[in-house]
Design a binder for this molecule. Structure first.
Ligand code: TLP
Length: 346
């Protein structure tokens, strides 16, 4: 029985085209800037996002951390959403390794941070307080359920950052999902940002890797940060080759994942005891009603054991299950999931 893995889009395997490109990749020592495939990926990524330069990093976590280490000094503070991935799920790397303090503001249900909250999170020029250096957004917002942030909102935050002499970083792990959701060129979603991290290994299906983009001088500092984090690799064109396939052939199909997520949410919503809590981009959240007669753990266990369907309870909120669609979840998989869930709850 084929596995249907909906736990995250990070579980997506590389496509056959990626495996072929990896096998044929021309490589060199990337620490000497000698790997033509990495160089191509970095050039294409910078151009696609409308920035001067890019650096290929091992993961989204490393991209965000390199950005913060390159932008901020020890003892400085950044303004960030209280449910952002950087704050909640990156082990506090900024504080652990960079001596940078997160000043959190509440993430709204639509994934935004209110401008008035940002305003009041800026420390005054007071020797008791850390200097506020940066503001960060997340697009799409993971904990807000895959919410895409619009270009208008992002521009407003960029304007706020400029007026207050703050640096503006975007954790754009799924920025191409946001671009697909709004039907816009990704450049418009990051135009005012000083730096953006995006992931090749989530909905875009590459086996590993993320890219950090920004100005030349910033990317030079970010490369130094990557080096001290042990993230500079050698003949890594093997991975960049898959990244190029991801960047050039996988973005335009992300709306299929969004359509499948919508079909899944609609199908599940018709079943008894399933309460859909949200569906945005490639995310679906649901809970079981108290009358379902099966606990969440039993439900997840039975799907895995009897149907080879993988789901995971959502760590962000008790009683919720989070599903993500991706390239390897097609319409027939959606039908199978709805049928399997139906057999457990009815
Ligand atoms: N998120 C993973 C888990 O860590 C929760 C997932 O399955 O969604 N920013 C955002 C918005 C993310 O969702 C993630 C990964 C990252 C950064 C970190 O990327 P990686 O896993 O490549 O370090």
């Amino acid at each position: 029985m084929k596995t249907i893995d909906l736990r995250s889009d990070t579980v997506s395997h590389p496509t056959p085209a990626m495996r072929e490109a990896m096998a044929k990749a021309v490589v060199g020592d990337d620490v000497y800037h000698d790997d033509p495939t990495v160089n191509q990926l970095e050039a294409d990524a910078a151009e696609l996002l409308g920035k001067e330069a890019a650096v290929f990093v091992t993961s989204g976590t490393q991209g965000n951390l390199c950005a913060l280490l390159a932008h901020c000094n020890r003892g400085e503070s950044i303004i960030i959403g209280d449910s952002s991935h950087i704050f909640r799920y990156e082990q506090g790397g900024m504080a652990q390794l960079g001596g940078i303090l997160p000043h959190t503001v509440p993430v709204q249900a639509d994934g935004t941070l209110r401008l008035c909250d940002l305003e009041s999170a800026i420390n005054p020029d007071d020797e008791h307080k850390p200097v506020t250096r940066l503001v960060a957004l997340e697009n799409t917002h993971n904990m807000a359920g895959g919410m895409p942030l619009s270009a208008e909102y992002t521009d407003a935050v960029a304007d706020f950052a400029r007026r207050n002499l703050l640096i503006f970083h975007i954790d754009g792990a799924r920025i191409f999902n946001a671009a697909a959701a709004y039907g816009v060129d990704v450049k418009t979603l990051v135009a005012g940002a000083d730096s953006v991290t995006f992931c090749l290994s989530k909905g875009l299906c590459a086996p590993a890797g993320s890219v950090l983009v920004g100005r030349q001088d910033f990317i030079r500092r970010a490369r130094r940060a990557r080096k001290v984090l042990g993230g500079s690799m050698r003949q890594v064109g093997i991975l960049a080759a898959a990244g190029l396939v991801a960047l050039h052939t996988m973005r335009d199909r992300l709306s299929e994942d969004h359509d499948n997520a919508q079909l899944l949410a609609e199908g599940l919503s018709e079943l008894p005891d399933i309460c859909i809590k949200g569906q945005n981009t490639n995310f679906v959240f649901f809970s079981l009603s108290d009358d379902a007669g099966i606990s969440l753990d039993e439900f997840v266990g039975a799907l895995r054991r009897d149907y080879n369907i993988f789901m995971s309870p959502y760590s962000g909120e008790q009683g919720l299950i989070r599903l993500r669609t991706h390239y390897w979840i097609d319409r027939s998989a959606i039908d199978k999931v709805i049928a399997a869930v139906s057999s457990l709850v009815s």
